[in-house]
Design a protein around this ligand. Structure first.
Ligand code: NAD
Ligand code: UDP
Length: 309
């Protein structure tokens, strides 16, 4: 039986990935310091004979014989990654370094969860993997954006220097059940606000765009990327549907039948104006593309938040 380490496995994406890997018959070690993750996300796995939870910070070296490492540990929501910027940069650098060392020692394959943020506020639209980005190295998002860029650099340096077997995915905005209602990202904020009848907070004028991928589609792409024999990436994983924040808010208001009002708040610094993945490479190399449209994914997510809040 293959042994798999999932860092950040108690988080939103990580917990769905753990479910998938258990389903595929792996022995799964979930390492998480519970900074933004929650034990309730993995409660159903705790008694499974092939599942082990280790409460640990990824910046502390971890030794265990494993065949695969999915490195997801890192706060992903702007309010959380900006709450302790030095720590975010440290998780991206030291956490990834520790996992690459472990991969090198065990001869394990490692997949790094990178992000569309490596493109910053993009001048190329939609974003292709060959675009090198427009990132501010000294803004409020830099700890995360530049952090993820150095994570990619570390992976490629280990690959080129030590022949470490790496996979890099650039995840675009993903949403779904198990998001923390307090997480602060746009889909969870809007749904929670709509369900509670509170004001919907639009940052800026709401004309900025994002592309939203349902979590099950993402997990399928992550798994395919890890198990493909030789393609290191980086590869974009996201849903190419593109929506501005007013469209998203109105769709959620309609679907929840909420009477909440839209209110406008200042746009945070360096907030990208537009974002949409070009997924040609994922289609070609992984035969992957998302299958769940926004409305269907939102239905499932709204049902989850109705139970959660
Ligand atoms: P999340 O915050 O729910 O999950 C992150 C997990 O990492 C949490 O369980 C958290 O407790 C854990 N963690 C944070 N710091 C840690 C540390 N020092 N040591 C051990 N564990 C630590 O966020 P998510 O949306 O599930 O994101 C998972 C990964 O995917 C992250 O690396 C994120 O950067 C990346 N990503 C996500 C998205 C998205 O839209 N969801 C987009 C781009 C990239
Ligand atoms: N946003 C918003 N209202 C909110 C939360 C976010 O208008 O309550 C906007 C935010 O400014 C950004 C977009 O929604 O333009 C996506 O934000 P999120 O934090 O989900 O992800 P990211 O900015 O990292 O793509």
């Amino acid at each position: 039986m293959k042994r798999v380490l999932v860092t950040g496995g108690a988080g939103f994406v990580g917990s769905h990935l753990c479910d998938r890997l258990i389903g595929e018959g792996y022995y799964v070690i979930c390492l998480d310091n519970l900074f933004t993750g929650r034990l309730k996300n993995i409660a159903h796995l705790m008694k499974h004979p092939n599942f082990q939870f280790v409460e640990q910070d990824v910046t502390i070296p971890f030794k265990e014989k494993v065949d695969r490492i999915y490195n997801l540990a890192c706060p992903a929501s702007p309010p959380f990654y900006q709450a302790d910027m030095v720590n975010t940069a440290k998780v991206c650098f030291l956490g990834t370094l520790n996992m690459l060392e472990l991969a090198k020692e065990c001869g394990a394959r490692i997949l790094q969860a990178s992000t569309s943020e490596v493109y910053g506020d993009p001048h190329v639209h939609p974003q292709t993997e060959s675009y090198r980005g427009n990132v501010n190295p000294v803004g409020i998002r830099s700890c995360y954006d530049e952090g993820k860029r150095i994570s990619e650099t570390l992976c490629f340096s280990y690959h080129l220097q030590h022949e470490t077997d790496i996979r890099i995915i650039r995840i675009f905005n993903t949403y779904g059940p198990r998001m923390n209602p307090e997480d602060g990202r746009v889909v969870s904020n809007f749904i929670v606000q709509a369900l509670k009848g509170e004001d919907i907070t639009i940052y800026g004028d709401g004309s900025q765009t994002r592309s939203f991928c349902y979590v099950d589609d993402l997990v399928e792409g992550i798994y395919r990327m890890m198990e493909n024999p030789d393609f290191t990436g980086p590869v974009n994983l996201g849903n190419p549907g593109e929506f501005d924040m007013i469209q998203l808010a109105n769709l959620i208001l309609e679907m929840t039948k909420s009477k909440s009002r839209l209110v406008y708040r200042p746009l945070p610094g360096d907030d990208p104006a537009k974002r949409r993945p070009d997924i040609s490479l994922a289609k070609e190399k992984l035969n992957w593309e998302p299958s769940i449209p926004l409305k269907e994914g939102l239905e499932r997510t709204i049902a989850y938040f109705k139970e959660e809040i």
